[in-house]
Structure formats: structure tokens, C-alpha cells
Design a protein around this ligand. Structure first.
Ligand SMILES: *Cc1c(COP(=O)(O)O)cnc(C)c1O
Length: 567
């Protein structure tokens, strides 16, 4: 769903497979050596501790502080020694060269994929001497937009585009055009844009049962909303409790935006295990993980991988009991969950009705159906929002303050988001929610009838995650892919998911999905011993690569390929 996520096809290249296989062999070799070292280090560590206790009374106060800092770090001693050893081994010239060669070829394989996807069209690499005519320009834009092989307008994708209607686009384009030059940073010049943003925030607060104190801002997307919340709680916990090394407790299924925020702001995320049956956060483990450095408890309603929802009421109670803020990530499903009760579907409480909930992120650019580039972050109290802002009072250019990461922002996007809310109205959202939930229930019921597969937990809104105990489920997504379907692949444990959008509510789409799914499943069950496709084997392999930095590097090459330009 996210453009930067590696989805089902991107790793399909045979070359990539071969190189990963090579890397895996190397890493397995290193890993075996590591187990021996692990024990050695454990012994050393045991020795260190008793020595440390003794030395505290002696002169080595500084040493014990050093040891303390060495032990108490983000990563466990084992993880760190593992990384250290991998780093050292990778410095051995012969191994370094092999890894360099393999990864270079992986990177080229990604570029080849990109070249194929752009159908070997010529790239423009310099400003045209003379500006293009309107006709040429529009023709070129259309050609670019028609690159890509998926029939997404016909619903062959999971998530990504949540609503598609040419009339709506026409309307929003007109609104965007009217406001495209405005900037809410200059509130004196464009007060109307600020009014629109304030109204969007208020309307969304109201949808999540926010009282008069609930406030927030618009952001550029769900990730920014989450990043802003983490920034706000980092500063809040520093100012209020003097916490320097803040820890966020988030379910393993929570969006990586929390990890991204932690990496930006010097925080740490402690990932909490999921209940193995329900795929929602294990609350006992969450409570046990609470410490004096905990600055935030996170729950998703629902999460991205499984579409299941954490018990927000219980997390809210934990927040109240230990006086820790609680963030509910409603980025994905918020604009469905808010309307489900009104559409006649019961849901447990998940929003500001619960007294422990201090913030909610909800994406207008997902099921709010507005054009990409907008989301809302809400707080139960202004004191949190104040900690989100950035202010600089000493700049020669004047007093500077901005609510989010951006300085200048697009008034056009705010106006288009505002217009989308106005266009749908309560009735519009309730009826589209009904259609989506009906479709989701149809797909879920049909899938549940099929033996050989299972559904992960109980999907709350629109995501259905599928696994299998009898065959490699990646085979199925691969097979569906050959029929034009683009599904999401999950790891730890392996699974696939489909995120039902308004595109799937169009007549025939959901039943075609089920039909294709059954046909391909039948094939797989009847041919259990088919040799694994390279892509599947490769996916399985990267999941087991012991050196995760290599998986990270491969992901970096994948992102590089997005910026591919022929040399
Ligand atoms: C999509 C998503 C996000 C992040 O939103 P972006 O708009 O992609 O930045 C956060 N949380 C969940 C559960 C999501 O599905």
C-alpha cells in the first residue's frame, strides 16, 4: 500500500534471488560462529556483573557507569554483539568483495525492473529548451500515468486507492486550483485556508467523540501525524517528568511510523508481542513492559498487517492507571470505524469516549477519500498540541513558529480535503462505509468457507489477512499476481492481505476476486510439489537472513531504483 513498501512483484527478479541466496549462505556461516561467541559473551557478562558490584565500593565508579551504559542500551547485548561480529566479518576483504558484488547486482536487478515498468520509455534529463505546448504536456502526462501493469481502476489492487470517481476528481481539481497558491503559514494573508484547516480538525474531532478540549492539526499523511504525536510526547514527558530516554510501547503490528519517529527523535520503541490467536496486542506483556521511561502506549484501530484491532479500552485503562498517554492509530480504518456504528455495525469503544486516550491519528487521504497528502492528528488537550509545535524566537527573520514538520504547506491540499468532507457529508460516508463493510463481509465469509487457508484474527474494518497451514501462502499471491491481482505480503509469520476499498464494491469485483482465488488455490492444492518459484523462495530467504542490515541495504537499493535515471 505504501509506495516505498516492497510489494509482491518487486523482488521477482531471478538475479535478485540468486544473489540473496549467496548472501544467505554467507550469513548462515557467520551465524553459526555467532552462537559460540554468544556463550562466551554471556560468560563474560556474568563475570562483569559481580565485578561491577565489587568495584562500585572501590574507585571504579566511572567504570561501572560506563558498563551500565554499555549494558542498558536500546538493543540487547546479544543483538549488539551479533551486529558487531557481522560488521567485523564483513570487513574481511574477500567477504566484503563478495557482498559488494552481490548487492551491486541486486541493485541493478531493481533498476531493470524499473526500466521494464517504464516500458523503456525515454527519460527527460534536462529542462526542455523551449517550454512544452499544452497539448504536448497533457499528452506526455497521460503517457506517464499509463505506465504500470495493474488495472487498479478496476479494483485489482489492495488498498492504495480508496475511492475513484472522475466527477469527484473534477470537483476537487477545481477546488485545488482555486487554492493552489495559498499557504497557511501566512495566516494573515490567507485566513480562509486556516479557517478550512480548523474546520477539518474540528469536524474530525467530532467524529471521534472529541469534547471541546480536543484539538489537533492537519498533516501531510499518517506517517507525519504519528511522527508529530511522538514528538509531542517526547517533549511533554521531558518537560513534565524529566524523562530523557523515552520509550514507546507499541504492538508488533503497529505501523513503522512509530519506529521512524523514534529514530528521528532519539526515542526507543519496545515492540510488544501479539496474542497468537487474535493478533491483537498482549496486554499482560504491555503492562509488564511499562517502566519509568515509558512515554506512550500505542494501540491500532485497526492495524495494517492483519486489520485486527487492539483492545483500546484496556490500553486506555493502563494509561490511566500508570498516568501514561495513549495514542490510537486510526490512520487506516478511522474513517470507516467512525461511521460503522452509524451504519449499524457494532464496534467496541476506541476513541475519545475512553478517558485514557490522549491522541488519535486518522488519514483523510485513506477512507476520508481526499486526494493524497492529508491526515489529521488529534489530542485530548492543548498541552499536548503545544509540545508538537516548533517555535524559534531568535531568528533575524522574526519570530518563527510552525505546527508540523513542514514550513510552507499547500493550501490547495487543505482546501481539497475540506471540500471532500463537505462533498460526502455524513450520509455519503455512512453509505460508502456500508458498501465497503458489506463487501468485506462477503469476501471474509467466502474465504472462511475455504479449507486449507485461515484468516488472521477478526478483521475490524476492511483488511483481511490470510494464511495457510498446508501450503506456502506466497504461492497463492504469486498465482493471483499472474491473474493481475496485487496483494500485500506479510512476514513473521508469512501471510497475505487484501485491503477492501470502494473500488471493490463495484459490481462483480469481489466475486471475481473470490473466483480467481479459488481457482488458483485449487491449482496449488492439486500440485503440492511444484518447485517454488524463485520469488517465493527469495522472499522466504530474506525473512531468514540472519544479518538484517543486508535486508536493510536491499531495501535501500529498492528505494534507489525509484529514482532510477539511465546513465
Ligand atoms: C497507512 C498507515 C499509516 C501511515 O500512513 P501514511 O499516510 O502512509 O503515511 C499509519 N498507520 C496505519 C495503520 C496505516 O495503515
Amino acid at each position: 500500500m505504501n509506495t516505498s513498501t516492497i510489494t509482491s512483484n518487486d523482488l521477482s527478479n531471478c538475479d535478485v534471488f540468486l544473489h540473496i541466496q549467496e548472501l544467505k549462505k554467507k550469513m548462515d556461516y557467520i551465524k553459526n560462529g555467532l552462537f559460540v561467541t554468544k556463550n562466551t559473551i554471556n560468560n563474560m557478562f556474568g563475570h562483569c556483573e559481580s565485578w561491577q558490584v565489587a568495584s562500585i565500593t572501590a574507585t571504579s565508579v566511572l567504570t561501572s557507569i560506563w558498563i551500565w551504559n554499555f549494558i542498558i542500551q536500546d538493543e540487547s547485548l546479544y543483538e549488539r554483539s551479533k551486529k558487531f561480529i557481522f560488521t567485523q566479518v564483513k570487513k574481511i576483504p574477500k567477504i566484503a568483495k563478495r557482498i559488494h558484488d552481490e548487492t551491486k547486482q541486486i541493485s541493478e536487478a531493481f533498476e531493470n525492473d524499473m526500466m521494464e515498468n517504464t516500458k523503456n520509455e525515454k527519460y527527460i534529463v534536462k529542462l526542455p529548451g523551449k517550454g512544452l505546448s499544452r497539448e504536448d504536456l497533457i499528452e506526455t502526462v497521460n503517457r506517464y500515468l499509463n505506465l504500470g501493469k495493474y488495472k487498479w481502476k478496476e479494483g485489482y489492487i489492495s488498498g492504495a486507492v480508496y475511492y475513484y470517481d472522475e466527477k469527484l476528481i473534477e470537483l476537487l481539481t477545481e477546488v485545488y486550483g482555486l487554492a493552489s497558491y495559498t499557504n497557511p503559514l501566512h495566516s494573515d494573508i490567507f485566513p480562509g485556508i486556516c479557517k478550512m484547516e480548523a474546520e477539518v480538525v474540528r469536524i474530525v474531532s467530532d467524529l471521534f467523540h472529541g469534547g471541546p478540549n480536543v484539538c489537533g492539526t492537519m498533516t501531510s499523511g499518517g506517517t507525519e501525524s504519528i511522527i508529530m504525536a511522538c514528538k509531542a510526547y517526547r517533549d511533554y514527558s521531558r518537560n513534565k517528568w524529566g524523562i530523557r530516554n523515552g520509550v514507546i510501547l507499541a504492538p508488533k503490528s503497529a505501523h513503522p511510523a512509530f519506529d521512524k519517529a523514534a529514530s528521528y527523535f532519539g526515542l526507543r520503541v519496545h515492540h510488544i508481542d501479539l496474542d497468537p490467536d487474535y493478533f491483537t496486542v498482549d496486554l499482560k506483556k504491555m503492562e509488564k513492559a511499562i517502566s519509568k521511561n515509558t512515554i506512550l502506549l500505542v494501540g491500532s484501530f485497526p492495524n495494517f498487517p492483519y486489520g485486527t484491532s487492539d483492545d483500546i479500552e484496556a490500553i486506555s485503562n493502563l494509561g490511566l492507571k500508570y498516568k501514561i498517554p495513549v495514542h490510537v492509530d486510526c490512520c487506516l480504518g478511522g474513517f470507516i470505524a467512525a461511521f460503522m456504528p452509524l451504519a449499524g455495525y457494532h464496534l467496541p469503544s476506541f476513541d475519545f469516549i475512553l478517558p485514557g486516550v490522549t491522541s488519535i491519528s486518522a488519514d483523510t487521504h485513506k477512507y476520508g477519500y481526499s486526494p493524497k497528502g492529508s491526515s489529521v492528528i488529534l489530542y485530548s488537550d492543548k498541552k499536548f498540541r503545544h509540545n508538537q509545535y516548533y517555535v524559534c524566537t531568535e531568528w533575524p527573520g522574526g519570530h518563527y513558529g510552525s505546527p508540523t514538520i513542514s514550513g510552507s504547506r499547500s493550501g490547495g491540499i487543505i482546501a481539497a480535503c475540506w471540500a471532500t468532507l463537505m462533498h460526502f457529508g455524513l450520509e455519503g460516508y455512512i453509505s460508502s462505509t456500508k458498501e465497503i463493510i458489506k463487501t468485506k463481509m462477503f469476501v471474509e465469509n467466502e474465504l472462511r468457507k475455504i479449507k486449507d487457508i485461515f484468516i488472521f484474527g477478526n478483521p475490524t474494518t476492511s483488511v483481511i489477512a490470510i494464511g495457510s497451514k498446508s501450503f506456502n501462502i506466497y504461492r497463492l499471491s504469486d498465482a493471483m499476481n499472474s491473474r493481475g491481482w496485487n496483494l500485500n505480503m506479510l512476514q513473521f509469520p508469512i501471510g497475505i492481505h487484501i485491503c477492501i476499498t470502494h473500488l471493490h464494491t463495484k459490481p462483480g469485483v469481489a466475486s471475481l476476486f473470490i473466483e480467481d482465488f479459488k481457482k488458483e488455490l485449487h491449482e496449488i492444492i492439486n500440485n503440492p510439489h511444484v518447485e517454488q518459484s524463485r520469488k517465493i523462495a527469495m522472499y522466504g530467504m530474506s525473512a531468514t537472513l540472519p544479518d538484517r542490515t543486508i535486508v536493510g541495504d536491499i531495501t535501500r537499493y529498492f528505494i534507489d531504483a525509484m529514482y532510477y535515471i539511465p546513465s
